[in-house]
Design a protein around this ligand. Structure first.
Ligand code: GLU
Length: 447
């Protein structure tokens, strides 16, 4: 089924053998190796330096116990992870995910993607990721705080402004970053602002960080639409998910004149033909931390329990929920209904089959490591502000973000042209990011 370049096949088999059962990691590696065949045919030096084999092996992987006491006085045991994948371009950088599905392989897939995503931002950040199988759903404020404190009581010894800088991901937002930062500060007795990003605006956080992943995604897709003479203006858009990425993607689509008619959570989806009411959605998800069915009820919109949001007809689809949420059936439904562009707001939301179907049908496809890089890029801007003890305005920061996203689009498009596959943003992103990381690794020697 896979036609990897013969030079890369043994390497992929070794990855499978050394990382048994880590299917998401295998999937992320295969997707990159698939693009790198083209690169090594043009530049065989990368194969000789074994730099591809090195990039597939994390520099350091930390797994730890996270014990804490719940509100009933019961002792709970979770597992914590931090995978410090690659520091060729800067300190390890990447979010923490708190979700019951988190396994080592999940964190490795996310960390691997992060290396290339971070390179594409053009900012000096390496790649890492972490998290826990802790499930914040239904937990009280104090339980979340105690969990975060216990998690940081181990994590603090591995991170630092010049070493490794975590941030949020699924299940980790401003509230959790606050508790994690507080515990780090207490243990180390250092107000080391740039040890975490996604902080509150009053204590070292950056303007636009909260909005950045969603806004950046929409900027990227807008550039992609422009390349074909289109735009978001007047378009019907479907955004899956209803978390941080989805909410601010919806906001930016509406600002650009599009209408988001559907969004979802893990229980079902909402169809709201008048366009999603963002104030209500923010209240339901960010303040009440409730289910999207509550939104549907209060808004008088249609709610579909279960089902597939990709059945809702749209011109642009933005999967912003989680990995592998858009499969072959979803892709076929999008194509049938006349979708022209898909942008990944989540990390690896489209399965390899879905990507193939979309590309063969001529649908513009923006891979997550390019399209959702606005979040981590703005984290790097937060680190910059912390390092200079400065804080920028919303307008200035948003302009920097927009400029970075235009730059990533340009870089991916130009690299795709260079390798004679114009419009293939997957190859453009992988090849361009890999070459930058690989050149830095080779320059730094065999370490
Ligand atoms: N978790 C986000 C991502 O997938 C952001 C990471 C960060 O800001 O460090 O890129």
């Amino acid at each position: 089924m896979h036609h990897l370049d013969p030079a890369l096949q043994p390497l992929y088999e070794q990855v499978l053998q050394r990382n048994p059962g880590e299917t998401e990691f295998h999937q992320a590696v295969l997707e990159v190796l698939d693009s790198l065949g083209t690169v090594v045919r043009k530049h065989p030096g990368y194969a000789d330096a074994r730099v591809i084999a090195r990039v597939c092996e994390p520099e350091r992987q930390i797994i730890f116990r996270v014990p804490w006491v719940d509100d009933q006085g019961r002792i709970e045991i979770n597992r914590g992870f931090r995978v410090e994948f690659n520091s060729a371009l800067g300190p390890y950088k990447g979010g923490l995910r708190f979700h019951p599905s988190v396994l080592l392989g999940t964190v490795k897939f996310l960390g691997f993607e992060q290396i290339f995503k971070n390179a594409l931002t053009g900012l000096p950040i390496g790649g890492g990721k972490g998290g826990s199988d802790f499930d914040p759903k239904g937990r009280s404020e104090m339980e979340v705080m105690r969990f975060c404190q216990s998690f940081m009581t181990e994590l603090y010894r591995h991170i630092g402004e010049y070493t490794d800088v975590p941030a949020g991901d699924i299940g980790v937002g401003g509230r959790e970053i606050g508790y994690l930062f507080g515990q780090y500060k207490r243990i180390t007795n250092r107000y080391e602002s740039a040890v975490l990003t996604g902080k509150g605006l009053g204590w070292g956080g950056s303007q636009v960080r909260r909005e950045a992943t969603g806004y950046g995604l929409v900027y990227f897709v807008e550039e992609m639409l422009h390349s074909k003479g289109g735009s978001f203006d007047g378009q019907r858009v479907v955004v899956s998910g209803s978390g941080n990425v989805a909410i601010y993607a919806i906001e930016k689509v509406h600002q650009l004149g599009g209408t988001v008619v559907a969004c979802s959570d893990s229980s079902g989806y909402v169809v709201d033909e008048r366009g999603i009411d963002l104030e209500l959605l923010k209240d339901v998800k960010e303040v009440r931390r409730a289910r999207i069915s509550e939104y549907a009820q209060e808004r008088g919109a249609q709610y579909v329990a279960g089902g597939s949001i990709w059945d809702v007809p749209c011109k642009v689809a933005l999967p912003c929920a989680t990995q592998n949420e858009l499969d072959d059936d979803g892709a076929l439904a999008l194509v049938k209904n006349g979708c022209v562009a898909v942008g990944e707001g989540a990390n690896m939301p489209a399965t390899p089959e879905a990507v193939r179907i979309l590309r063969e049908a001529g649908v513009l496809f923006a891979p997550g490591k390019a399209a959702n890089a606005g979040g981590v890029a703005t984290s790097a801007l937060e680190m910059q502000q912390n390092a200079s003890r400065d804080s920028w305005t919303f307008e200035h920061t948003e302009e920097r973000l927009a400029e970075i996203m235009r730059g990533i689009h340009e870089r991916c498009a130009a690299t795709a042209e260079e390798y004679d596959v114009p419009g293939n943003y997957v190859l453009g992103a992988n090849a361009s990011a890999f070459v930058q990381v690989a050149d830095a690794m080779i320059a730094q020697g065999v370490i």
